[in-house]
Design a protein around this ligand. Structure first.
Ligand code: ATP
Ligand code: MG
Length: 333
């Protein structure tokens, strides 16, 4: 299997690890998906990277792949169609160029439907579409994608539809319908992450240290690398970007407990409901309670209290937890 080339900060890297996920994608290729699969996971855990690798796998299995990612700035990544079908969709592609947000997503789905008239195997990889269409309308778009599978524009052999989302709230909105199967994705496993770490040349902290800070999240590996391994810079960046001062003022006591052990949020539920919701919306916390392997793409996160991964809840990375710790210290008790 060809491993795709990716960027990690300013470095060229090769898609690393994720063997289980790649086998799962091969299964999708062999059987098609029913219904739509929605893959959600921590920011920067590697969903887009997996989609890019999935495109290559699906093409090796004879699929025409339509990949789109409305939040992406570079056009080549906003929308790509397998070479074999480019001529076929040229007119629609040109119209799509000028669209944004929900309109862009609708046009891209139309484009997929058009390709399905002419090809036997079609895959739609819709990356990060919920932010573009508005979270409150996420379900409608999942239903549109399901229609591609249930009512193809012409008889077709196999269809694969995968949707990627970093929004923890996806789970509640999409999960209540039978239109999609939700699959969690977590940061990389320790061994897999080491493969990626080793692709970074130059002087760097020990693998153990990088692992303890990132918990295997490739985006935060890139952030640390860009900050010349200065944890302080990355943590401060998180505090500012996520506006943690207000959160800490509002929920100080709950947060003090949750940084010690995220499962506190479950133990004290439903008193902690509002805090859980805010932490989820800010992409600081993920729910990890259902650990059956079939509910995950790749592997579920092993409980590891040192990394902030509890039975029921987990900090997205130790750096996220550290950002909360820092702001708690700053506002004092
Ligand atoms: N398996 C992998 N091998 C090599 N690089 C990877 C891998 N997974 C992710 N990366 C790199 O790590 C960074 C973050 O990954 P990616 O953009 O896929 O995360 P994401 O889950 O899509 O994030 P977001 O939630 O923000 O959309 C990217 O630079 C990507 O190229
Ligand atoms: Mg992404």
């Amino acid at each position: 299997m060809r491993r795709v080339k990716l960027r990690l900060a300013d470095l060229d890297v090769e898609f690393a690890d994720r063997d289980t996920a790649l086998r799962q994608v091969e299964e999708f290729a062999e059987r098609g998906t029913y219904p739509v699969y929605v893959i959600y996971g921590p920011e920067g855990c590697g969903k887009t990277a997996l989609f890019r690798q999935a495109k290559a796998i699906l093409e090796e299995h004879g699929y025409i792949v339509i990949y789109f990612s409305p939040m992406e700035k570079e056009f080549e990544y906003r929308l790509s169609v397998s070479d074999d079908a480019k001529e076929l969709v040229k007119p629609v592609l040109e119209v799509l160029l000028g669209e944004n947000g929900a309109k862009f997503v609708e046009r891209a789905i139309e484009l997929a439907s058009r390709v399905m008239r002419y090809r036997e195997r079609v895959a739609v990889l819709a990356d990060d579409i919920f932010q573009a269409v508005g979270l409150e309308r996420a379900e409608i778009y999942v239903k549109m994608l399901l229609n591609l599978i249930e009512y193809p524009s012409a008889p077709i052999e196999r269809v694969v539809v995968l949707v990627g989302s970093s929004e923890g709230t996806t789970r509640v909105r999409v999960g209540r319908h039978s239109w999609a199967l939700l699959r969690g994705m977590w940061n990389m496993s320790r061994d897999g992450f080491r493969e990626l770490y080793e692709q970074i040349s130059g002087e760097k902290p020990s693998f153990d240290e990088v692992w303890r800070w990132t918990g295997g999240n490739p985006r935060y590996l890139a952030e640390l690398y860009k900050a010349e391994w200065d944890v302080e810079v990355v943590v401060k960046g998180l505090v500012r970007r996520k506006g943690l001062d207000k959160l800490a003022k509002k929920w100080r006591q709950g947060l003090e407990r949750a940084v010690e052990d995220p499962d506190y949020l479950w133990d004290e539920y439903p008193r902690t409901e509002g805090l859980i919701q805010e932490l989820t919306e800010l992409n600081l916390l993920s729910e990890t309670g259902y650990r059956d392997t079939y509910l995950w793409i790749d592997q579920p996160p092993p409980v590891d209290k040192e990394l902030g991964i509890g039975e029921k809840y987990a900090w997205q990375t130790p750096l996220h937890r550290e950002a909360v710790r820092r702001i708690l210290r700053e506002i004092g008790s």
